[in-house]
Ligand binder design. Structure first.
Ligand code: NAD
Length: 299
């Protein structure tokens, strides 16, 4: 199977490399991330000259770009995937975008004879490298069945969330709400512990195995304690996801109280030159209010 891969950023690069490792023929392209494209070509991929060129040489094209406008541009823009698509091409969009946009893009693709599935991921760069992402799929079940094994090369879990395009992205929005609120809760709680004079490292060791423990806590609290805000997952991408969650929630009349609060924290970070920090940087919002920096040594 010839797999086109469009978008070779933090996530796309290791995902494409895992497909190559598993023996898939990959044709890769990214108009901006030249060093990453070179690295994927070095690992064995064919170099695409444009998104259309990739589509013309592939049975299925995976897109892994930031947001809805980027997916639209990659598919329908000049020299886009739709322009180069040969008959029977399928697209798997693994970007995290608004569910309604997924649906609209899939409908537009269907008019051109292209079938589409949304398959956003959770797990971040380390799990993209290990091939252990959680992959949430939306779209016709037969399309899911066709690509489940291939997606399994990039993910530890591959779940069909619904037959409707956008079902994967709705699942991803739920994931992003829980992650954002969990990070904010960790920042709030560990600042509290330190200000009360208890070593936050000891608090972490004491509670991580109990009910409060979580994958988010294990991944993000050590970063907070090390004051390591290198992404990982950028604040600006999480703003994008929560915007999509709020928009979706508002259109359905679903209450988004905690999401709104954390979105304001992320927006503050963006306004204070921290948009490219890891989202564990939410801690900085609390530190600014509290006037104290979380630190292993300070307690
Ligand atoms: P990134 O910004 O590192 O990479 C995106 C890449 O897409 C860039 O290299 C860019 O040049 C490319 N691109 C943009 N427009 C394009 C176009 N029209 N054609 C071809 N390529 C184009 O972002 P990322 O961190 O890899 O995230 C990609 C998606 O995965 C996002 O939707 C993000 O929300 C989601 N995601 C990211 C993480 C993470 O931890 N980074 C985790 C889970 C999900």
């Amino acid at each position: 199977m010839k797999v086109g891969f469009v978008g070779l950023g933090i996530m796309g690069k290791p995902m494409a490399k895992n497909l190559l490792k598993a023996g898939y023929e990959v044709i890769a392209y990214d108009p901006f991330a030249k060093a990453n494209l070179d690295e994927v070509v070095e690992a064995g991929a064919a170099r695409g000259e444009s998104n259309a060129d990739v589509a013309s040489k592939s049975d299925v094209v995976i897109t892994m770009v930031p947001n809805s406008p980027n997916v639209k541009e990659a598919v329908f823009g000049t020299a886009g995937i739709a322009e180069g698509a040969k008959e029977g091409l399928d697209i798997i969009d693994m970007s995290s975008i608004a569910p309604l946009a997924s649906k609209a893009i899939a409908e537009e693709c269907a008019k051109k004879g292209i079938r589409m599935m949304d398959a956003p991921v959770s797990g971040g760069e380390p799990k993209a490298i290990d091939g252990t992402l959680s992959i949430m799929c939306g779209g016709p079940k037969d399309l899911f069945d066709k690509y489940e094994e291939m997606l399994g090369v990039m993910g530890a879990s591959v779940v069909h969330c619904g037959d409707v395009n956008g079902a994967g992205n709705t699942t991803k929005l739920a994931n992003q709400v829980i992650v954002a609120v969990n990070i904010a809760a960790c920042a709030e709680a560990f600042e509290l512990a330190q200000m009360a004079g208890v070593d936050p490292e000891k608090v972490f060791q004491a509670i991580r195995g109990g009910l409060a423990g979580s994958t988010v806590m294990d991944a993000k609290v050590p970063m907070m304690l090390d004051r390591n805000f290198k992404p990982g997952f950028r604040v600006d991408l999480h703003i994008k996801d929560l915007n999509n969650a709020l928009e979706t929630g508002h259109s359905l009349g679903s209450a988004m109280i905690l999401t709104s609060a954390v979105q304001e924290m992320l927006q503050w970070l963006h306004n204070n030159d921290c948009g490219s920090n890891d989202h564990s940087g939410i801690l900085k919002y609390y530190e600014r209010i509290n006037g104290t920096a979380l630190n292993r040594k300070d307690a």
